[in-house]
Design a protein around this ligand. Structure first.
Ligand code: ADP
Ligand code: MG
Length: 441
């Protein structure tokens, strides 16, 4: 309140010349993460009313009773994932017609995941995360975060929801330049009316301590380094203790050392239970996350497929991802059987699978265990003939695999001699080992 009040004192004094401080207003707008707010009518309201201070931003975050009933975004179904995007399409209107920035994205993120979103410039990364923060809306499709249908929220409830549930960290930090670091961190608490005045200050100090900046609490952003400003922005994103943090190229303006220490901070936050989505160009940083979402031209490429076929082009991977089928197996369930004709190629995405050989006496022995990221089922497709081994889900945990039909698989390797060679090499090694086992037993 105090800072909002300070700001509005100025506003009242300046009255009609608010245009001069318009850039400042945009900062505030960013800060509140409400890119869709219509600023002009609200400013007119303040200028005309000359009434109590404080009130405009409260109004923005206020729960509007007329919007809190039906259609307030509460889903009737219980969402199984923390974040769940279904068939999200985003079309931007342009003078030459609609530009489809997201082409039917399905994406699920579970609590505690640390997700890197990577892709070329213009591939749709920012558009995608703006769907999750509610900064922008899908043209079609649904976005659920916990039990909230974000795509249906109106502007007021959206701002309040975002202020409490998603901490947003921008590439250019977006701190208010005339407020000290601690005041910047306290702003979201003021705006969302969270915590008492004393708690706000204590909490801001605690958060600045957590990001290693306690001694800089009362400095202006311009008096600390870029890396430190980004840490203030992280503390601010954590102000209302949201379960989710979303960062759009947060290390884009930091040197590699500073970027690394920021990722370490993210890792600590994930350990503390936060879920983080981070857009990054930095391959080294992307390696430190628990999962990578690759975007190409508005479509997601399966990360396991990309790892299994590193030589394929993005367009080929996009096409293959479309054909990919996820299958789950209970512990011990058979996925492919020795002797049957091959119809699919598999990549393990969760758990461990066991490769079994049938002994002449009918006994089965485990000859290999494959974990997440490894593939199987390539030998019989590449070399012709029946499956030479049985593969089943490990007996301890359930297993998930991504399956590609034989035709798509054959076409893929037909388009990429390097990929074919690499797969043939692995298949040759595996088949030789299997032969050895058979003869040795
Ligand atoms: P990234 O963050 O991966 O660089 P963006 O999500 O910002 O990509 O943009 C994806 C595509 O959508 C780009 O081709 C971009 O030019 C286009 N785009 C983004 N915003 C708009 C807009 N407001 N109007 C028209 N096209 C847009
Ligand atoms: Mg971007």
């Amino acid at each position: 309140m105090k800072f909002a009040g300070l700001f509005f004192d100025e506003l009242r004094e300046w009255g009609g010349i608010f245009v001069a401080i318009r850039p400042f207003m945009y900062y505030v707008e960013w800060l509140c993460f409400t890119a869709t707010w219509k600023m002009k009518p609200r400013i007119a309201y303040v200028g005309n009313s000359g009434s109590n201070e404080g009130f405009m931003f409260k109004q923005l975050f206020r729960r509007d009773k007329s919007e809190s009933g039906v259609g307030n975004g509460r889903s009737t179904s219980t969402a199984a994932h923390l974040i769940d995007l279904t068939n999200v399409v985003k079309a931007y209107e342009t003078p030459v017609g609609d530009f489809i920035a997201l082409k039917g994205i399905d994406l699920q993120v579970d609590p505690g995941e640390f997700v890197a979103v990577i892709g070329k410039s213009g591939s749709g990364k920012t558009t995608l995360i703006n769907m999750i923060t509610g900064i922008d809306r899908p043209t079609s499709g649904t976005v659920h975060v916990s039990d909230t249908a974000v795509h249906t929220l109106k502007e007021g409830p959206m701002a309040e929801w975002r202020g409490r549930n998603v901490g947003v960290i921008f590439q250019f930090f977006q701190l208010l330049p005339m407020l000290s670091c601690i005041e910047n961190v306290m702003l979201p608490m003021d705006f969302c009316n969270m915590y008492t005045a004393r708690e706000r200050k204590e909490r801001a100090l605690h958060l600045l301590d957590q990001v290693g900046l306690i001694e800089h609490a009362y400095k202006l952003p311009s008096e600390v380094s870029g890396g430190q400003q980004q840490r203030v922005a992280i503390a601010r994103a954590l102000a209302n203790d949201p379960p989710i943090l979303v960062a759009d190229e947060p290390t884009g303006n930091l040197d590699s050392h500073t970027a690394l220490s920021m990722i370490q901070l993210f890792e600590e936050l994930v350990d503390q239970g936060k879920t983080i989505l981070m857009v990054t160009h930095d391959q080294d940083l992307a390696k430190r996350v628990t999962r990578t979402v690759i975007i190409s031209d508005g479509e997601i490429i399966d990360e396991y497929l990309a790892k299994a076929f590193p030589a394929l082009e993005e367009a080929q991977l996009v096409r293959a991802t479309r054909k990919l089928e996820t299958k789950s197996y209970a512990p011990g369930a058979v996925i492919v059987s020795q002797g049957e004709n091959p119809d699919k190629f598999y990549i393990v995405t969760k758990g461990i699978v066991e490769v079994l050989l049938q002994e002449p006496d009918g006994q089965q022995i485990v000859v290999a265990r494959l974990r997440s990221g490894q593939y199987f089922g390539e030998i019989a497709i590449l070399r012709g003939g029946a499956r030479i081994a049985t593969v089943r889900a490990g007996t301890e945990t359930a297993v998930e695999v991504a399956a590609l039909d034989k035709e798509t698989f054959t076409n893929l390797i037909g388009e990429s001699p390097v990929t074919r060679e690499e797969l043939s090499r692995i298949a040759g090694q595996r088949a030789a080992e299997t032969e050895k086992r058979k003869n040795g037993s």
